[in-house]
Design a protein around this ligand. Structure first.
Ligand code: FBP
Length: 235
């Protein structure tokens, strides 16, 4: 399975996710390097400050192009904070973008992403689209329908990878993979949990392309062991 190391939580959640080890981006770059992951996801601030170290690690960089804090309440919207051009200048091989489908602001994120998709693909970058159904009208963001809808939206919008949350039902995940019609499905890690590796085992044969995990790796006492276990599982 492919494995991307996600580290955009400093913006999305704040330092509440970190301790004195995981708060340091250098430690994350080391984990990515030692674990030989398929890519590491940073916002542009880290990509700028640790440009040399990221380059030296040779781990493909994915720059997250939009983001928001957890302090904003109400209908979710996440706007662009970094251009494709800037991501390229930082050495990115891919870009990431989050769309909250179902939000009252969905069309704004669609329009912004439409331009990013054209620019990024023109420049030969790959695109990971985080699709999270989120709105006051959405009761269950990981229902069978919403999971499949998320994957399908990513395909319709031209992403190469779609990152979704697993709702705990393997048949639903398989249907979502089918619905994605060729877009590579990545499952996110979620909050650190003792059941995480069981979940990895459960989803490994669902047809997913891999995972994009943050907290379950860098909050672990032994991040490399977790990485090895995830990567050891065949698609
Ligand atoms: P984790 O593996 O730590 O759950 O990270 C996955 C992720 O998609 C991050 O890339 C992102 O910052 C975060 O989850 C968003 O989580 P939410 O919006 O659900 O709080």
């Amino acid at each position: 399975m492919k494995l991307f190391l996600a580290y955009d939580q400093g913006l999305e959640h704040g330092p509440t996710d970190f301790d004195s080890t995981s708060s340091d981006p250098l430690n994350i770059i080391n984990i990515a390097k030692e674990g030989d992951v398929n890519g590491v996801v940073f916002h542009k601030g880290i990509a700028i400050k640790y440009f040399k170290e990221i380059k030296k690690s040779k781990i493909p960089l994915i720059v997250k192009l939009n983001g928001k804090t957890s302090l904003v309440k109400g209908e979710p919207i996440s706007r662009q904070v970094c251009s494709v051009e800037k991501a390229i200048s930082l050495g990115a091989k891919g870009v990431g973008y989050t769309i909250y489908i179902g939000s009252a602001f969905e069309s704004e994120m669609f329009a912004e992403f439409g331009k990013i998709e054209e620019e990024a693909h023109r420049a030969g970058l790959f695109i990971i689209l985080w699709i999270y159904p989120r709105s006051k009208s959405i009761k269950n963001d990981v229902s069978r329908e919403n999971l499949a809808y998320s994957c399908r939206v990513a395909m319709e919008l031209g992403a190469d990878f779609v990152k979704v949350k697993y709702g705990g039902n393997i048949r639903d995940l398989k249907w979502a993979v089918e619905s994605s019609s060729g877009v590579n499905v990545l499952v996110s890690g979620g909050k650190k949990s003792d059941e995480f590796l069981d979940e990895v085992e459960e989803i490994k044969n669902s047809g997913i392309a891999g995972m994009a995990v943050g907290r379950n790796i860098w909050q672990s006492k032994n991040p490399l062991k977790i990485i090895k276990k995830i990567k050891g599982n065949k698609k």
